[in-house]
Structure formats: structure tokens, C-alpha cells
Design a binder for this molecule. Structure first.
Ligand SMILES: [Zn+2]
Length: 205
């Protein structure tokens, strides 16, 4: 019964989360293509926790007869994060020891794809940090460096002076934080902490 429930849940999740419905759709690495119950993963794909993901930047080919899904890679010079890339992104989640980032720009170019990065607490700052909430909050715009792409996950770091939060918003009222001696909400005056970049609030994106 539990097994069936799990299967049903996975199939439903697959239907809900899957963005790929037909051949020819442009996909990026890490984008979900389906579940292993629906398709046999073929070239340009990988499987994790029962889901099939794209491992390339390219176009999906779904063979409905043989139930196979593949990704045909496009030219390599397309803009994707690489080790050493400087990226811009929004903080989408903060946990005790890590934060997740939606990467929106690599180098000077904005992306059309969906790339997710993760920052571990030990990669935030040269100083010891015991609470991730003192570095980032959801909605912050940050600049970070890609330090690893192990297991198809972009691991980011903000240790350098020029890396960290560029814009941040008050967790109490949503007002923009202004840097004086500390970071202070322009609307309600709340004082907050962040790992800021040296050009915090200067508008340089
Ligand atoms: Zn405020």
C-alpha cells in the first residue's frame, strides 16, 4: 500500500513538476524531464531519486514508441555556469548551514534557463559564521563564484570582498536595507546582518 502510494505520489509529482511535454523543447542541465516510470533515460540525461534530468543544454527528443527520452546538445558556447564563473542570483531558501540560489546571470549575460546554486556556510566568508541567517535572507540579490559543479549542482562561494549580497530587503517589512555603519531598513529602521559585497547597494549588476 505504501509502495503504491509512493508510486502514485511520484507520478503526480512528475506530472506537476515536469515542464517537458514534447520534443523540441529547450532544456538546461538539471531540468526535470520526467520520472523513470514514464521514460527510459537515454543520452544527455541522468537519473536521481527516480527522476530523469537533462545533463546538457539542448533540445529534448521524446520517443513515445520506445518511451525513451534524450537531450540533443546544442553548441557548447552557450551561457551556462562553469567553475570559476561569477554569477548573480536570488536567495530562494535559507537553512541552518546552507542557502539556495536561483542563478539569473553568468558573467555579463542573463540566462533564460533555470540554474540552481547552493552555498554552504563554510563558503560564505573568511570569518567564522555560526548562523546562515546572519549572511543571507530570502529575496537577497547576491554575487557569487562557482566553485564546483559536482553531482550537477552548482556550489557557490562568497568569500571574496567583491562577493556577497548586493541588495537586501528587511525581513520585518520588506523595505530596502541601506548601509551606514550597519545595515538598516530605510522604512522601519530594523538593523540586520548580511555577508555583503564591497559594492553593496551601489547598483552595479
Ligand atoms: Zn523594515
Amino acid at each position: 500500500m505504501t509502495f503504491l502510494k509512493d508510486r502514485l505520489k511520484k507520478a503526480l509529482d512528475g506530472l506537476l513538476m515536469s515542464r517537458v511535454k514534447s520534443s523540441g523543447q529547450f532544456v538546461v542541465p538539471g531540468q526535470r524531464l520526467g520520472v523513470i516510470e514514464e521514460f527510459v533515460p537515454n543520452s544527455g540525461t541522468y537519473v536521481k531519486d527516480g527522476y530523469i534530468f537533462s545533463s546538457s543544454v539542448g533540445y529534448v527528443l521524446i520517443d513515445f514508441v520506445n518511451k525513451k527520452v534524450s537531450v540533443y546538445p546544442v553548441a557548447r558556447n552557450i551561457n551556462v555556469p562553469r567553475i570559476g564563473s561569477i554569477v548573480l542570483g536570488w536567495i530562494t531558501g535559507v537553512q541552518n548551514s546552507s542557502a539556495t540560489v536561483q542563478i539569473v546571470k553568468v558573467g555579463r549575460k542573463f540566462l533564460s534557463g533555470h540554474f540552481t546554486g547552493i552555498i554552504h556556510i563554510s563558503d560564505v566568508s573568511h570569518r567564522y559564521l555560526d548562523n546562515m541567517y546572519d549572511a543571507f535572507r530570502i529575496g537577497d540579490l547576491i554575487r557569487a563564484k562557482v566553485i564546483s559543479d559536482k553531482n550537477k549542482t552548482f556550489h557557490l562561494a562568497t568569500k571574496d570582498e567583491n562577493l556577497g549580497v548586493l541588495y537586501a530587503f528587511c525581513s520585518q517589512c520588506g523595505g530596502i536595507l541601506i548601509k551606514r555603519r550597519s545595515l538598516r531598513c530605510a522604512v522601519c529602521g530594523t538593523i540586520e546582518k548580511r555577508k555583503i559585497a564591497s559594492d553593496f547597494g551601489k547598483g552595479v549588476l
